[in-house]
Design a protein around this ligand. Structure first.
Ligand code: ABU
Length: 476
């Protein structure tokens, strides 16, 4: 409502001295905008948050483990556009309408916490990291400086320390960042910086031609990137052997353990990463097997000479003033290529607090035991064929429908088989009963990749998976 005609309003530019010095209660108007009091209706806002939280609780959290719920309610994009009110208008919309939209968002989103969601390298609902996320979303910190993120930076430091212990390092450094690919990029830059410490002054054109692997063409090898837990097959490189070569030739060894790193918390399975303590850097995503919530990705660095900071520091004077009243080494954001940064470590910290190392270990052991169960079931069932014995929680297999079972495994067979997984995937998504991924890989035609992660998943879900694929594909 305009207050222009209100005699209590003091408008800037007025010459009347009395109006220029309003009492504390008089509205102050600048450029036609009343500035007294908050603009928002705080009570209404609080009620909206309360009602939305109740909806999230009822429709997401309480239904997360209900196998009678659908994993997804598939709609093609044009249809979904019709079903959702996506248009953003000039005028705002009332809270009841926004709550209806929230309900629609939940309805048409994939339930990645459903016990039958096996589509990606993350799944399930971790209650503790969820609460951590609620906390950080509500507090909205940015983890660049201690002054705005005191708790979250200390929690990050603690989490990094424990993760480095798992790797087998007594000291080192690290930073959480958005995604395993970004961690890998960090490591490559670090290795290059270590090899060429004057790169920030000289630029790329001042460097020799660098390569990642050894070469005899006058180029300069500086890095070997090994993988612990590949995305599709869940395969692990022999780290000790690779480390021998790296040490012999002075090469930086980076291990992309984004997926497989979580095996480090298991005394039974950490042998998969034997030799990881000899790496110079490690990428490890606790949002995968350890369910810390997307995204939660750490880059760990063995170096303790502040290499991360030397390589990435941009010394933004508006954040990282060196004359602050506290110890500015806690302003760890200057080791990051990001400016604003989410407090991702905090989610993992909360989960670790709740479960302890033993609970995390149990989670990994159970996922791998369930994977083993599924492998043995696949071997027993007609029409299912394993691609290979899995090393980890990726179980890759073909479903061979009855019509192909007697056919010789020649070009025609493989051609026909390549069509089966995509067709079954379409059916399962339209039905909403299950989600798992498929892909071709290195000359192998489309096969299913089943990923087992969540402790909410049971043997019965493994049996269901095989029964359902057979139900959906039997007529093909
Ligand atoms: N970072 C790759 C993850 C892909 C997947 O979830 O399958």
């Amino acid at each position: 409502m305009s207050r222009a005609g209100d005699p209590r309003v003091a408008a800037h530019g007025d010459t009347d001295q009395q109006e220029m010095t309003p009492s504390k209660r008089s509205p102050v108007l600048v450029d036609g905008v009343v500035l007294n009091g908050p603009q928002t209706d705080v009570k209404a806002g609080e009620k909206f948050v309360e009602e939305a939280c109740r909806l999230i609780m009822e429709e997401v959290v309480l239904k997360a483990t209900d196998i009678n719920e659908k994993v997804c309610e598939w709609q093609p994009p044009e249809q979904l556009r019709q079903l959702l009110d996506l248009e953003m208008r000039d005028t705002g919309e009332p809270h009841d309408q926004l709550l209806r939209l929230c309900r629609d968002v939940i309805r048409f989103s994939v339930k990645t916490n459903h016990p039958r969601f096996f589509n990606q390298l993350y799944a399930g609902l971790d209650y503790y990291s969820l609460v951590a996320r609620f906390l950080t979303e509500a507090l909205n910190p940015s983890t660049y400086t201690y002054e705005v993120s005191p708790v979250f930076l200390l929690a990050e430091e603690e989490v990094l320390k424990k993760m480095m212990e798992c790797v087998g390092w007594k000291e080192g450094d690290g930073i959480f960042n958005p995604g395993g690919s970004v961690s890998n990029m960090y490591a490559m830059n670090l290795a290059r910086y270590k090899y060429c410490p004057d790169i920030k002054e000289k630029g790329l054109s001042g460097l020799p031609r660098l390569i990642l692997f050894t070469s005899t063409e006058g180029t300069a090898p500086f890095l070997v990137c090994a993988t612990s837990g590949t995305t599709v097959l869940g395969a692990f490189d022999p780290l000790d052997e690779i480390a021998d070569i790296c040490e012999r030739h002075g090469l930086w060894l980076h291990v992309d353990a984004s997926w497989g790193g979580s095996a480090l918390v298991s005394r039974k399975h950490r042998r998969l990463l034997r030799g990881i303590h000899r790496a110079d850097s490690v990428a490890w995503n606790p949002h995968k097997m350890l369910m810390a919530g997307i995204q939660c990705c750490a880059l760990l660095v063995r170096d303790n000479s502040d290499l991360l900071k030397k390589c990435y520091s941009a010394k933004a004077s508006y954040l990282f003033q060196q004359d602050k009243f506290y110890d500015v080494s806690y302003d760890t954001g200057d080791k990051s290529i990001q400016c604003s940064r989410r407090p991702d470590a905090f989610k993992f910290w909360m989960t670790w607090k709740a479960l302890g190392m033993l609970g995390l270990e149990e989670r990994v052991n159970r996922a791998l035991a369930l994977s083993r169960y599924l492998v043995e079931e696949i071997k027993k069932r007609e029409g299912f064929k394993l691609l290979m014995e899995p090393e980890y929680a990726n179980i890759c297999f073909w479903y061979i429908p009855p019509s192909l079972r007697e056919m010789e495994e020649g070009p025609e067979f493989w051609e026909k088989l390549s069509l089966v997984a995509p067709a079954i995937k379409e059916r399962m998504m339209k039905k909403g009963s299950l989600m798992l991924s498929y892909q071709p890989h290195r000359g192998k035609v489309n096969f299913f990749r089943q990923v087992v992660i969540s402790p909410q998943v049971s043997r019965e879900d493994m049996d269901f998976l095989l029964d359902e694929i057979d139900n959906l594909g039997r007529d093909m």
